[in-house]
Design a protein around this ligand. Structure first.
Ligand code: PAF
Length: 283
């Protein structure tokens, strides 16, 4: 695996592969890799001749009171894991290689109104930061296909919409959530949890599963279903921020919906956790 940190080196390598007619898959990350990231790379390997990964903790997607400063940075371990799983090229740019005219950039991308709801309501500017950096990285890597985890369901929909609206010739693939045995969705932020909080954390998945079970047996009182589970979380020391049933493209779910995504965000101690569950019910 080759590691580069300038746009010139990256573009040079991509040009060589393109000239040879090779198909390129891209997995953008913020590093601190775990099983869920490696699953994306493994899938990317199956879909293309070359796999490019990036590790870049993007300052534009963190709010002033968020965890940019303490976000775990583990580049040596990330590099070893990416090499072992068959990544061809790792891009680790400094901020100046991404935001070439200074930070913050004058030009940003906002996918509205999707960006203002759910996560966007509690993390203003987050999705503008994500869409902007992903567009810049897409422009540098020029992938045929790019992969994202479904844990960030809303992020995935926003990137799909950006790619469609800006006519980027890139196939976007979502990969199912990877969970610990007790149901907790894997996330770099799980390591902020202390031992007691880690014991409590799978309650989020149980709450999602309870709502999904209600939907499966025909309940369509979405707000009441979610309110009950939000209350259960509250009683277990969580502060739920949103708990909603939506359609997969994040529209409000109509009464005759057959496909759903149940989405939740809740704070436990000082740690904000998000999770979701997709389900399809038969008529
Ligand atoms: O999901 C992430 O890790 C980040 O939001 C992404 C897509 C790498 C953009 O910084």
């Amino acid at each position: 695996m080759r590691t580069v940190s300038t746009a010139e080196e990256l573009r040079g390598q991509i040009a060589v592969w393109r000239a040879a007619g090779q198909r390129i898959a891209f997995v953008p990350t913020m590093g601190n890799l775990h099983r869920a990231h490696l699953a994306l790379v493994a899938r990317a390997r199956q879909l293309a001749d070359r796999v490019v990964a990036s590790v870049f903790v993007n300052p534009l997607q963190f709010g002033p009171n968020e965890d940019f400063g303490r976000y775990p940075r583990t580049l040596a371990a990330d590099t070893a894991q990416l090499a072992a799983i068959g990544t061809d090229l790792l891009f680790t740019p400094p901020v100046e290689a991404v935001y070439v005219n200074g930070f913050p950039p004058a030009t940003t991308i906002t996918v509205s109104p999707l960006s203002a709801q759910l996560e966007g309501e509690f993390r203003p500017g987050f999705f503008t930061g994500v869409a902007t950096v992903v567009a810049i990285l897409f422009d540098l890597v020029q992938p045929d296909v790019a992969l994202f985890g479904e844990k960030d369901w809303q992020q995935l929909q926003i990137i799909r919409r950006m790619v469609a609206d800006l006519r980027m010739p890139i196939e976007i693939i979502g990969h199912p959530i990877e969970r610990d045995v007790d149901g907790l969705a894997l996330s770099s932020r799980n390591q902020y949890l202390d031992a007691d909080q880690r014991q409590l954390a799978p309650a989020i998945y149980r709450a999602l599963t309870a709502v999904a079970e209600g939907l499966r047996v025909g309940r369509r009182d979405y707000a009441a279903l979610c309110a009950t589970q939000a209350e259960t979380l509250r009683a277990a020391s969580f502060q739920p921020q949103y708990f909603e049933v939506r359609t997969p493209d994040l529209a409000l779910a109509p009464a005759d919906a057959r496909e759903f995504v149940v989405l939740v965000a809740a704070v436990l101690g000082g740690t904000r956790l998000i999770d979701n569950l997709y389900l399809r019910v038969d008529a």
